[in-house]
Design a protein. Structure first.
Length: 277
């Protein structure tokens, strides 16, 4: 399994390869490899053995009989995502993989909720596992057991209610990241996820998402302020300098108007620099 997953960029694949390396398991050469988005991977060894590694849907699609249902339930109840492994169209193993929650994820969710932002967990994991993790971190709405294409369709539905920011780091998230109004990935994510995002966080600190929203709102406010100061001077000074109000006895030296334009530009620059504070 590690030999085949070594060909994949998926975070779970990396975890399996890392575990194999820790156990000093020697990886074999793989003759053929194919990633199946939303399902898993397929690999053929030099001996011609065909392995399928992925979710339950992958097994069903290939008419592979599912056994060990009790083991499956036990793994799911412990909050594991399950990888089904088949050899030559026969199920041979179940691998439970459990997400390790980041220390600050609960605080990040609370901060986003305080901004009146609706949080939705969109995942390809089974419903039981997704619900366990969502409950642990404080997310109420969960859309589980979806393929990459279905993720994108769910994003489109959510966009009918407002702007949607999608945060993801895997291959299966790439389509959704493009579909969302704002796609956010992390530097440790897959290359395709980063290429599909408008924003890439330079570390795995999820608190940066809250900072991103804060900076974005301050930037928009700053732009509006700058537009006001830019037009305010022009609207007031140029007509007076042109003599429009001369019949009313109001005049101005054009040099003063030109100096006001300089002050206008300086005001805009200084106001923009406040974002660095």
């Amino acid at each position: 399994v590690a030999s085949i997953e070594n060909k994949s960029e998926h975070p779970i694949a990396r975890a399996i390869v890392k575990k194999a390396q820790e156990e000093k398991i020697e990886l074999e050469e793989i003759k053929e490899f194919k990633a199946i988005p939303g399902f898993g991977v397929e690999g053929i060894t030099k001996k011609g053995e065909k392995y399928l590694i992925g979710n339950k849907k992958l097994m069903v699609e290939n008419n592979i009989k599912i056994s060990n249902e009790q083991d499956e339930k036990d793994l799911v109840n412990q909050g594991n995502s399950i990888l089904f492994v088949s050899l030559n169209n026969e199920l041979i193993a179940l691998i439970g993989v459990k997400d390790i929650l980041k220390e600050n994820v609960v605080d990040v969710i609370k901060k986003l909720k305080n901004r009146n932002i609706d949080i939705v967990m969109l995942t390809g994991d089974n419903e039981k596992t997704a619900d366990i993790i969502a409950k642990e971190i404080g997310i109420n709405k969960v859309i589980s057991n979806v393929t990459p294409k279905e993720k994108s369709e769910q994003i489109k539905k959510l966009k009918t209610n407002g702007l949607v920011m999608m945060c993801g780091d895997g291959i299966n998230d790439s389509v959704s990241l493009v579909t969302a109004d704002i796609g956010v990935s992390v530097s440790s994510g897959t290359d395709i996820a980063m290429d599909s995002s408008q924003v890439v966080l330079m570390n795995d600190n999820l608190e940066k998402i809250d900072d991103l929203i804060d900076i974005s709102r301050k930037t928009i406010r700053n732009i509006k302020q700058n537009l006001f100061w830019a037009f305010f001077y022009n609207i007031c000074m140029i007509p007076i300098a042109c003599g429009v109000l001369q019949p009313l006895g109001i005049t101005m030296n054009p040099m003063i108007a030109a100096f006001a334009m300089t002050i206008s530009s300086l005001t805009v620059v200084l106001n923009a620099l406040r974002l660095r504070i």
